[in-house]
Design a protein around this ligand. Structure first.
Ligand code: ADP
Ligand code: ADP
Length: 228
């Protein structure tokens, strides 16, 4: 579980000034349990490629399969974490995390239990009855990660999830995310334009460049993690 196959994918957007090639000829295989970073400058197509894997964007050419099934629409099997957490402000932390399992047919009791499991994992068990806007930015992102994991996604797709956090919180979150990954070993695709973040987090860095958005390098990083 957690195998991603991107084959000859182009994504072309229609814009006022004509077609805009955001991603060109992308080919990528991500194996189950891999943690890869998509690295490149702003505008090189990282989000577009990730949104295509998520099912929010339909490739103009080529196709994307997750666990052998062609992706045609978003679904809970591909958990998303965005830069802005997009939690429901009117729901408590626990209700936010329990929402996915409830939608998937779990009972209230089961959903609450799943929510507690993942809130503990991100260190926020004590905040289950809090509302998101009473928490710090870093804590809100952790609720977002718990919410994505509560759907037991086969792949976790993270688009600059720590981009809006201050430097110290970001480092804490990176370490927290690695701990979670070491426990669950989900497939993770992590988008960033920060090379230090990419090197710290992942064993494999896929580099993109702009105009048009292409994958230009796919690098195995076998350095010891710099902060260990
Ligand atoms: P990155 O995530 O690397 O910053 P994006 O994938 O967001 O890059 O964007 C790649 C290119 O596609 C950019 O030039 C951007 O302006 C353009 N783009 C992204 N989304 C759309 C859209 N919905 N419509 C038109 N152009 C878009
Ligand atoms: P940010 O830097 O975005 O404000 P942090 O996640 O660093 O976010 O948290 C900010 C404050 O919240 C800190 O004072 C921290 O001690 C507190 N905090 C964060 N997580 C917890 C937790 N699990 N239990 C208690 N306090 C916490």
């Amino acid at each position: 579980r957690g195998h991603i196959l991107v084959t000859d994918v182009d994504v072309v957007f229609d814009t006022a000034t004509g077609p805009h090639v955001a991603v060109q000829s992308a080919n990528l295989t991500v194996r189950p349990g891999e943690f890869i970073c998509l690295l490149g400058p702003s505008g090189c197509g990282k989000s577009t490629l990730m949104n295509a894997v998520a099912g929010f964007v339909t490739p103009t050419r080529g196709d994307i399969a997750v666990d052998g099934a062609v992706v045609t629409e978003p679904g809970p099997a591909r958990g998303m974490v965005f830069q802005q957490h997009s939690l429901f402000p009117w729901k408590t932390v626990k209700e936010n995390v329990a929402f996915g399992p409830l939608m998937a047919g779990a009972s209230r009791r089961e959903a609450d239990s799943i929510a507690r499991t993942f809130l503990s994992l991100v260190g926020l068990a004590a905040f289950e009855t809090a509302y998101p806007n009473t928490l710090s930015g870093g804590m809100q992102q952790r609720v977002g990660i718990a919410r994505a994991l509560a759907n037991y996604p086969s792949v976790l797709l993270m688009d600059e999830p720590f981009g809006a956090l201050d430097a110290q919180t970001r480092i804490m979150m990176q370490e927290n995310l690695l701990e979670i990954w070491q426990e669950f070993h989900n497939t993770v695709v992590f988008v960033t334009h920060d090379i230090d973040e990419a090197v710290f987090l992942s064993d494999r860095i896929v580099v993109m460049s702009a105009s048009p958005g292409r994958i230009i390098a796919d690098i195995a990083v076998k350095l010891p993690r710099p902060r260990e």
